[in-house]
Write a protein that binds this ligand. Structure first.
Ligand SMILES: Cc1cc2nc3c(=O)[nH]c(=O)nc-3n(C[C@H](O)[C@H](O)[C@H](O)COP(=O)(O)OP(=O)(O)OC[C@H]3O[C@@H](n4cnc5c(N)ncnc54)[C@H](O)[C@@H]3O)c2cc1C
Length: 465
């Protein structure tokens, strides 16, 4: 039997970051990973999708080159090369995490971990071995959720894992689910020339985001040729005689039959807790997720959990933050997770990024709300880039200027949101943003202008009468 201070099951952003923190705090750590270090994020999520989006961004620049005095000649899409670039980025980052584990003296065991007692984890790596540890951290992540639609298990119906393995660009793609993952893949393939349709069950795409932002993004995606059905439900997926998929969709206008070469199921992800031994040890679960308190401790003392497996906000940076909190508490440092200020990024073109409350949430709370906006059409850097779609929207307290939420649809929105995140974390007011000198010409000036708008002092917009 092996011994360690901390044993962690799952080497994704929650698990491997927790392992590094435990090592920094002087503990002997064993990390169990059944697949590849980096988890969903590095291997099948954040990183490969953004690598593909970068290729698509270059494609867009090449297409627009002539408008900026750069003629690139015939543009040829080499999809195999795009995929191999993606794979190379993933491989480099996974190797980087392996190196980090070694440099932090973390022992990584490749195998399937299962909790067998409050202080023991069994690892199956062909042969079984038991590891004894005072503290256990569970970070098994999540897997794609596949809803029980008739025909969903047929050929030509894939999840995000499958899309990342395609060898050819599909002629047409129907995406079930207009959340972050659905709209990102829709963007990638629409730019590659695929005929894309999104079917979203709720009344808006990116359903958890601000309504105004969602509606503006919908307009941009539709302009890019993506067909979008909201408040619509896929009922059945069948094969049509041409070899395509025939998809029955209930929309506001009744039942429609749509066809597509491939169907992507992007309706969310479910915690990956099967076979983890939770029931046997008595670890409480609720609707398929591991229940934890704000210290990330499960119902069994000494066993903690973090990341997608605990539900909540399923994002890599949240998983890592939870992993750190879990370890710090396991090792006696009082630490708590603060979900109030979590940046949310959606990598469409232009991008979406937000932090804090949406306008509807702020109105439900009956806050003394001031809504200010600034469009990228009035931002000099956006004009230089030729990316003038979108706007910044700030929700603040009409009296004190306290910021409740910031929402951005626009170029590099995901790189702009940290300013708003830090401002909210530090409980800054709109006047603290507006009185801070921002570099010119930058996209970030749009955030300052929005803060100025909240104070009735916007500069680069016509004066309101
Ligand atoms: C297509 C896509 C795009 C995404 N893009 C973004 C993005 O841009 N930004 C963002 O913040 N988030 C993004 N996400 C979400 C992000 O990937 C997850 O939130 C994040 O990976 C969760 O981290 P985790 O450590 O909890 O779980 P995971 O990353 O899922 O890692 C869990 C690990 O545990 C291992 N494991 C599971 N069970 C066992 C076991 N019993 N024994 C041993 N090992 C086990 C798994 O093999 C896996 O490696 C994306 C997700 C997808 C699918």
């Amino acid at each position: 039997m092996k011994q360690s201070d901390v044993v962690i099951v799952g080497g994704g952003p929650a698990g491997y970051v927790a392992a590094i923190r435990a090592s920094q705090l002087g503990s002997k750590v064993i990390l169990i990973e059944k697949d590849s270090l980096g988890g969903t994020c590095l291997n099948r999520g954040c990183i490969p999708t953004k690598a593909l989006l970068h290729s698509v961004g270059i494609l867009e620049s090449a297409r627009q080159g002539k408008d900026y005095g750069v003629n690139v000649g015939e543009i040829i899409i080499d999809f195999a090369k795009m995929m191999s670039h993606k794979d190379a980025v993933v491989k480099t980052l996974v190797t980087g995490v392996q190196y980090l584990m070694r440099s932090n003296a973390i022992e990584v065991i490749k195998g399937i971990g299962k909790v067998i007692s409050p202080t023991e984890v069994e690892v199956d790596s062909g042969q079984k071995e038991t590891i004894k540890a005072a503290k256990i951290i569970l970070a098994p992540g999540s897997v794609p959720l596949v809803v029980p639609i008739p025909g969903v298990d047929g050929s030509g119906v894939i999840t995000s894992d499958g899309v990342l393995q395609l060898s050819e660009i599909p002629q047409s793609l129907l995406v079930i689910g207009g959340g972050a993952i659905g709209v990102e893949f829709a963007t990638i393939f629409a730019k590659l020339g695929t005929k894309v349709t999104i079917v979203e069950m709720l009344p808006q795409i990116i359903p958890t985001e601000d309504h105004e932002l969602s509606m503006s993004l919908k307009g941009v995606l539709e302009r890019d040729g993506i067909k979008i059905f909201t408040s619509a439900q896929v009922r059945r997926i069948e094969d049509d005689p041409e070899g395509d998929k025939l998809i029955s969709v209930t929309t506001g206008e009744g039942e429609q039959k749509l066809t597509a070469e491939l169907v992507l199921v992007a309706v969310g992800r479910k915690p990956n807790i099967e076979g983890l031994g939770l029931e046997a040890v008595g670890i409480k679960t609720e609707r398929g997720r591991i229940v934890v308190n704000d210290r990330m401790e499960t119902s069994i003392s000494g066993i903690y959990a973090a990341g997608d497996a605990v539900g909540g906000i399923q994002l890599a940076h949240v998983a890592s933050a939870e992993g750190v909190v879990a370890v710090e508490n396991a090792l006696g440092k009082g630490s708590a997770i603060d979900y109030r200020v979590v940046p949310r990024c959606i990598y469409t073109m232009p991008e979406v990024a937000a932090v804090g409350l949406t306008e509807n949430q702020a109105r439900e709370k009956e806050l003394n709300l001031k809504v200010s906006r600034f469009p990228f059409t009035a931002n000099s850097k956006a004009l230089i880039l030729g990316q003038r779609d979108g706007f910044v929207k700030v929700l603040s307290d009409a009296r004190s200027g306290e910021i409740f939420g910031v929402h951005i649809l626009g170029p590099q929105a995901t790189e702009l949101i940290p300013e708003a995140t830090l401002a909210m974390k530090m409980e800054a007011t709109v006047s603290e943003i507006s009185s801070t000198i921002h570099a010119h010409p930058t996209l970030s000036e749009a955030i300052r202008e929005t803060a100025l708008d909240a104070e009735g002092m916007v500069v680069h917009m016509p004066r309101k009468s």
